[in-house]
Design a binder for this molecule. Sequence first.
Ligand code: GLU
Length: 340
Amino acid sequence: MKTTPTCVTVVLIAGLALATAAQAQSAKDIQSALDAAYTKYRDLQEGTNADYIPALAKVDPDLYGIALVTRDGTVYTAGDAASRVSIQSISKVFTLAKVIEEQGPDVIANTIGVDATGMRFNSIVSIEFSQKALGGPEMNSLVNPGAIATTAMLQGATRDEIWNSLLAFYSDFAGRPLSVDQDVFRSESDTNQRNQAIGYLMYAYGYIREEPLRATDIYTEQCSVAVNARDLAIMAGTLANGGTNPVTKKAVMSAGNVPEVLAVMATAGLYDDSGKWLYRTGLPGKSGVGGGVIAVSPGRFGIAVVSPPLDEAGNSVRAQKAIADISAALGGNPLAAASR
Ligand code: GLU
């Protein structure tokens, strides 16, 4: 059959109308999924705030915010997506991304490693088991020993230069200038002797080349950066969008380096429950003891929930449940791509 120009125009307009309808429908679906998860878990009273960093124990346990950012940069929120908590371990993802950007993915695989330790996030025994003579490196950049060593690898001539460049990198992910919660930074600096010991041990074993205390201090400051659910969702959304911030459209990291970052999140992002999380959701994620969790559905969306009470493994209770529900409702599991 021959198509006339009029016929083509009609088909195009009809297609456009359908696509717009589908988009509007999906915007409604996304907001409904967020609202449903917010309502379902708002009154849940499970878990407790982390208290080994005294400032974290004082954060309102009822704070509960959800945000999701689609690849086109639309931001959806439910609950309190504006109040800030400290980013804590979620920062480790973005420091890892920066080192990979600066030195390439092999440098991490060949020095720190990219395997789950199967031990607590601040395990000292895991360092002993990671010795080269025992077949190491068997750590990763998302647990404290590997994270402090990753921070030590950041490029820069002085502490200020390293820090300013790191904070600017985080800010580009969030799409706004981030800053440090000084109360949390002080509180954690006063009580981070275990992390200092970890830094020193990593130095003794050659994973950190110089100034282990400086590396631990920068690491502590990076954990104290204040973020809300919206910031975290945009940071996750930037990873979901191949390294380009979906809201500001700035290319923050190269698309080619994103899969390695997501891979470490998939294997080690939720402490000792990383396997359970991946089994249930298929989403690369990262949690922090401040109560935030981010997750990435590559090519689809970034999502974040902030809710301080944590379970035994150290992951926010409401965040895990809300993200799992929302992702299931939106078909976000990348491992189920061929099953839909
Ligand atoms: N700053 C925290 C620590 O090093 C981060 C822990 C976390 O969020 O897992 O203990």
